[in-house]
Design a protein around this ligand. Structure first.
Ligand SMILES: [Zn+2]
Length: 479
């Protein structure tokens, strides 16, 4: 029966005229179940009269037109100077801004499982809701930062690439490399250098393209993992604790997660290879002082990329941390109960003051020439969801002193540079993939306009953001 269906489908495709077939290609490449969320699949689309987030030159232009042709940005320029190709589908973007699709670097397809205490966390893979949430909020490319279900992450990537499901392009990071004494039972403990090399080679063979070290991994093991990954041309990032930022930079690490929050460099009396985690690791430092400047210089000199993950820390602050109603509405009943029972109480004024210093240090890092990227980390305290949390992480960057378009650049162009994909994604330049986000309002006026997502284009296919989000209400946490 299946064979017969296949033959009939092939025949229908064969007899269709070629022009029609190419026109329907993008749409037919997605399954029937995804069609309800797709608004535009035409070969040639003109977005006219837009505000245009030029992240390369860090400015927002007005009255611009963008021509998309077969999934690629074919032309951009002032509306009156760009001629619209015959037969193009025209979308009038008056009053709307077009941004590059976000390229975020600290993402997960899992989330804390409902009804566990925050002190013993078991994570649950959410392969249905998370890819959709990310896409609907404008994330068109992401890198995971540690996996708890490696084969599920790999499969998701394959299914998204094959258009079997909708979601962002994925760069997958292997399971966490943790040392002895971790809090999360799903993270594998690696205690010897030999084991580190075996681990890296095994997961590289399975198809993972980067690695993430976790808090308790000691120096010798981290160094062995970095060398093994580099020998295969792969990158290593880390959420450090036992190893300081300076030590990791000097051993050649590529990236560090959570801005400076995971730096134990400033904790007085910290012993070598010992993880001492403090809610305010900056208690004793001046964020503009020499100690911080010296560390920043070491990071910049060693080309260590930093990932800012402000949203996940905001939830631990006393101030301004009630999650938006839409976030609570998106959660399933169990997940909302868990959040309201455990996590909403996990707040501290210590975090308020740490956050203020973090803002200053991330900005100083950029001013010193460091490459700052952005990520969501939809785990932590439970109120940061994929997509919604991603937008919050970007908005918070403006509290560091970045303009809205500079914040967007960190979450797009810089992410592409970190993934070495800036030739094809990360900005609205001719020849790049038509990965873009259309929002209501001018982003230069108010960064919070990024929440008003209308359409998200991935390779020129326009997804209806609100329709996807509507369908996910009450589902996030279930699957
Ligand atoms: Zn994480």
């Amino acid at each position: 029966m299946q064979k017969l269906l296949k033959i009939i489908t092939t025949l229908i495709v064969c007899v269709g005229c070629i022009g029609m077939a190419s026109k329907l290609y993008a749409q037919s490449a997605y399954p029937f179940s995804a069609q309800a969320y797709i608004s535009y699949t035409q070969d040639t689309i003109a977005l006219t009269h837009c505000y245009f987030a030029d992240v390369v030159n860090k400015t927002v232009l007005s009255d611009e037109t963008i021509i998309i042709s077969h999934g690629i940005i074919a032309k951009t320029g002032k509306t009156k100077e760009v001629s619209i190709p015959t037969g193009a589908t025209v979308i009038d973007c008056t009053g709307k801004t077009v941004l590059p699709g976000y390229v975020l670097l600290h993402e997960h397809m899992f989330y804390p499982a409902a009804s566990v205490s925050p002190y013993y966390v078991h994570y649950k893979q959410l392969p249905v809701t998370f890819p959709r949430l990310y896409l609907a909020c404008g994330v068109t490319t992401l890198r995971t930062a540690g996996s708890v279900e490696p084969y599920s992450d790999l499969s998701l990537k394959k299914e998204i690439d094959a258009h079997q499901i909708i979601g962002p392009n994925m760069y997958v990071t292997a399971p966490y490399m943790e040392g002895a004494g971790g809090f999360a039972p799903q993270m594998h403990e690696i205690t010897t250098t030999e084991e580190a090399r075996r681990f890296v080679n095994f997961w590289a063979d399975e198809g993972f393209t980067s690695f993430k070290a976790y808090m308790n991994l000691p120096r010798s093991v981290l160094k062995a993992a970095i060398d093994a990954a580099h020998a295969r041309g792969l990158k290593v990032t880390a959420h450090l604790c036992a190893v300081t930022y300076r030590e990791a930079a000097e051993m050649g690490i590529d990236q560090l997660e959570h801005g400076f929050f995971a730096a134990t460099d400033f904790i007085p009396g910290k012993e070598e290879d010992a993880c001492v985690s403090e809610l305010n690791p900056f208690k004793h430092i001046d964020p503009r002082g020499t100690e911080v400047k010296n560390l920043i210089n070491i990071l910049v000199k060693n080309k260590v990329i930093l990932t800012s993950t402000l949203a996940v820390f905001e939830g631990l602050c006393k101030q301004d941390t009630i999650p938006a109603q839409q976030v609570l509405d998106a959660m399933s009943t169990d997940t909302r109960d868990m959040y309201l029972k455990y996590y909403i109480h996990e707040k501290s004024t210590d975090m308020d003051s740490a956050m203020k210093k973090e803002f200053i240090m991330e900005k100083e890092f950029v001013d010193a020439g460091g490459l700052l990227t952005a990520g969501t980390d939809p785990t932590g305290n439970g109120n940061v969801l994929a997509g919604y949390g991603s937008l919050r992480a970007i908005e918070l960057l403006t509290k560091e002193g970045f303009t809205p378009v500079e914040a967007i650049r960190i979450a797009t162009y810089n992410g592409a540079i970190a993934l070495q994909t800036q030739a094809t994604i990360g900005s609205l330049e001719v020849g790049k993939h038509a990965d873009l986000v259309v929002i209501d309002g001018n982003v230069a006026d108010n960064i919070n306009n990024i929440e008003k997502v209308q359409w998200v284009f991935k390779d020129g296919v326009g997804f209806n953001s609100q329709k996807i989000l509507q369908q996910l209400k009450g589902q996030v946490g279930k699957y």
